[in-house]
Write a protein that binds this ligand. Structure first.
Ligand SMILES: Nc1nc2c(ncn2[C@@H]2O[C@H](COP(=O)(O)OP(=O)(O)OP(=O)(O)O)[C@@H](O)[C@H]2O)c(=O)[nH]1
Ligand SMILES: [Mg+2]
Length: 371
């Protein structure tokens, strides 16, 4: 095993994939093609792509890890209603990858690795105090490898009163790691708290300004707002004003329900067998609400999920897939994925093909009322 440094993270992933004993990942056979993996040629061209680093940060429990799971269309990163993420977890996008390879660093050395990382393993790595960083390679399924590899870095929430190290882990990383953009996840259930205010101030002064970073604001947990009691458009406008007062110029704010997006993507990706009993029940109401009630989307089409519209899969009839795709659009996640692609200038070959349309978070709410 080669040792790790920032230059050779991709080599380590490649070595892990190639070293898998039954060579199921990169042997070029029909079996590996069916698994949607890369030929040797594609692997080499992937290796040459530039990496665009995006850190996902927020206060505790705002939904950072759920949001990254929604980008993955899977339930992999530990996400719970308590301080959960303890280490920086970095995910490098590899289109078509069916499995997640990963490794951990302890004292700067690779201590463990796996060719098919599962939830329990990540849970174990995340709660091991000796682990410094977690590195994963998987498919961020709405972000293509067109001319780049997007690496998303999930960070610990900064205001864990029981563990001050979470603050320094996150800010040390944000200040020292080469970054191309930030995603700030705001919790729509508790906006403009003291902790959020002080985090945004520090971010602005110590990360965004000195590094001249682009920043995307994801206004998460929008499904917690009852539009019959609160004016959702006003919530978003007020939050934008608040960000402007803090010095963020023309902030790009994307209303999202990461929780709904993760469930809907998992259903489209034939992963609903992994749902807990609670999630199975939740899924039906999420589908109904995002078909008829909520619409946080500003875009219409996504090539990956457009294909799902014409496919009958093991778990979904074509009609059902159409409904799930519509609901997924309305969660707002596809607009964020498109924004990420546009930010790095590759959108014309990327996920969406909305010619001459600016990606701007629009807020459209269905007139239909909940029954
Ligand atoms: N209603 C709702 N709940 C959500 C949403 N996203 C996340 N949650 C819930 O919020 C809680 C915290 O989510 P996490 O993803 O662990 O939050 P986090 O920001 O990664 O938390 P830390 O890593 O501990 O800072 C979990 O119970 C999630 O299910 C959402 O869009 N809507
Ligand atoms: Mg987390």
């Amino acid at each position: 095993m080669i040792s790790s440094n920032i230059e050779n993270e991709l080599d380590i992933f490649m070595e892990l994939r190639a070293s898998d004993s039954d060579e199921k990942f990169f042997d070029g056979s029909e079996k590996s093609k069916n698994k949607g993996v890369l030929s040797k040629e594609k692997r080499l061209s992937y290796r040459k792509l530039p990496i665009k680093h995006i850190a996902v940060c927020a206060t505790m429990s705002a939904g950072k890890s759920t949001f990254v799971n929604a980008l993955l269309g899977n339930d992999i990163l530990p996400a719970r209603n308590e301080a959960t993420t303890a280490r920086i977890t970095s995910i490098y996008d590899l289109d078509g990858s069916k499995n997640m390879v990963g490794y951990i660093l302890k004292n700067g050395q690779i201590a463990e690795s796996a060719c098919d990382v599962k939830q329990d393993e990540l849970d174990k790595w995340n709660s091991d105090d000796e682990v410094g960083r977690i590195f994963l390679q998987a498919d961020l399924d709405g972000i293509p490898n067109k001319g780049m590899i997007v690496a998303v870095h999930d960070t610990p929430g900064i205001n864990n009163s029981r563990d001050a190290s979470h603050y320094s882990t996150t800010f040390d990383f944000l200040k020292s790691h080469p970054l191309d953009a930030l995603i700030f996840v705001a919790n729509a259930e508790q906006l403009c708290t003291e902790d959020e205010y002080s985090m945004l101030k520090t971010l602005m002064n110590e990360v965004v300004k000195p590094k001249k970073l682009s920043i995307i604001f994801v206004l998460n947990k929008m499904d917690s707002i009852d539009p019959e009691k609160e004016n959702i458009a006003e919530v978003i406008i007020n939050y934008k004003e608040y960000l402007k007062e803090l010095g963020f110029h023309e902030p790009a704010v994307f209303p999202v329900s990461a929780h709904a997006a993760r469930l809907l993507k998992m259903a489209l990706n034939n992963k609903s067998a992994q749902f807990t009993r609670h999630e199975k029940r939740e899924f039906d109401s999420v589908l109904f609400d995002f078909m008829t009630f909520y619409n946080f989307s500003s875009i219409r089409k996504n090539s990956k999920y457009k294909t799902a519209l014409h496919q009958e899969t093991k778990e979904n009839s074509q009609k059902n897939s159409e409904r799930i795709v519509k609901a997924l659009e309305n969660t707002g996640i596809l607009a964020v994925e498109k924004k990420i692609s546009v930010l790095f200038g590759k959108a014309k070959n990327g996920v969406n093909h909305c010619r001459k349309r600016r990606v701007r978070p629009a807020i459209i709410f269905s007139r239909r009322k909940r029954k």
